[in-house]
Design a binder for this molecule. Structure first.
Ligand code: TYM
Length: 336
């Protein structure tokens, strides 16, 4: 039986942080061999907020290199750049024309990001979830492994599928495949180091709020030393009055590979003075092999170019077939 397919992506807006890693990429690495796996660097999404053209290309390469450094394996997976596969923009346009405006206006991420930008909100930012739907639907993805914050975008994608299939398909011959979100039970929501009630995010103005995968040991040490804690003694999971405690213990469990129950017992009587150095050591040890591999890959640009070229070819073939199917269903004159 053919393997089911997964597709996911990360925006090349700066560095990857532990939220991206634990919420998404680590999960991709664990499940990739069970699926026909496609991972893209979503550079078209990265320009929905003001961006610097001088760094976009390098950031795109860096994210692709980080996919490999984190353990994405090309025998199971295809890595490509979204803007290299023209079908993404074209399908987004077709989906735009069947997506009601008010579905987009109620997206939480749009509202949050739009609030930060005031007058400068682009049409692209509003349309971000439709482009994301195009990414997913072009590959007939069965599952989409993402962090918790992407749940609403996945629901929108599913609503678009229902609409297109109702209008242009039949029960026997649907135009698009219905994808399911794949959200982990742990790590799906990594919180900020400076406020345990806010998610760790690339757009937080404070660098101290996040741990980046490429932070060197001295920076990691400083960030963990300065991270927010509380005055209580003894550490515990799931106390709603201690969000920072829950988050930091969760990071320790995920990065050390120890089960939550083991960590709960190990840290029950610890104070922050004992726990912080332990967490620091664990984070440094977990990131060190990723950083070494990343620097090796970046030192060999021909290899990365080759990976992205082959990825583009594979992605193009799958995406163009779906695009044709949608255009046929919508009644376009086939290209002559
Ligand atoms: P991006 O780059 O904002 O996030 C990439 C992935 O990281 C997850 N994530 C988190 N997980 C746990 N805790 C956090 N604090 C945290 N912050 C981010 C996100 O859920 C995501 O899985 N819209 C997507 C990019 C995208 C995409 C797609 C994903 C574009 N097209 C198609 C899947 C399929 C995004 O949030 O990127």
């Amino acid at each position: 039986m053919a393997k089911q397919r997964i597709l996911s992506g990360v925006q090349p807006t700066g560095n990857l942080h532990l939220g991206n890693y634990l919420g998404a990429i680590q999960n991709w690495v664990e499940i990739q061999q069970d699926y026909d796996s496609f991972f893209c660097v979503v550079d078209l999404h990265a320009i929905t907020v003001p961006h610097d053209p001088k760094v976009l290309a390098n950031n795109t390469k860096a994210i692709a290199a980080l996919y490999l450094a984190c353990g994405i394996d090309l025998t199971h997976s295809t890595i490509f750049v979204q803007s290299h596969v023209k079908a993404h923009s074209e399908l987004a346009w077709l989906l735009n024309c069947v997506t009601p405006l008010n579905w987009l206006e109620r997206m939480i991420q749009f509202k949050e990001k739009a609030q930060k930008q005031g007058e400068n909100v682009s049409v692209g930012l509003l349309d971000y979830p439709v482009l994301m739907a195009a990414d997913i639907l072009l590959y007939d993805a069965d599952k989409v492994p993402v962090g918790e914050d992407q749940k609403q975008h996945l629901e929108l994608t599913r609503d678009i599928v229902i609409r297109i299939n109702d209008k242009f398909g039949t029960k026997k011959n649907p135009v698009l495949k219905m994808p399911d979100p794949l959200i982990r039970t742990t790590g799906a929501r990594v919180m900020s180091l400076t406020d345990g009630t806010k998610k760790m995010s690339k757009s937080d103005p404070s660098e101290l709020s996040r741990i980046n995968l490429l932070d060197p040991p001295d920076v990691l040490t400083k960030k963990i030393k300065k991270c927010k804690t509380d005055p209580e003694r003894g550490l515990e999971f799931d106390n709603p009055n201690r969000p920072e405690c829950n988050n930091l213990l969760g990071l320790y469990a995920l990065l050390s590979g120890k089960p939550k129950e083991t960590v709960a017992v190990e840290c029950a009587d610890m104070g922050w003075g004992q726990f912080k150095p332990l967490l620091t050591e664990t984070v440094i040890a977990a990131l060190e092999p990723i950083q070494t591999k990343y620097h090796d890959i970046m030192a060999n640009p021909d290899y990365l170019d080759q990976v992205l070229r082959e990825g583009r070819e594979k992605a193009d073939t799958v995406a163009n077939a779906t695009l044709k199917q949608v255009k046929d269903a919508l009644g376009f004159l086939p290209s002559l």
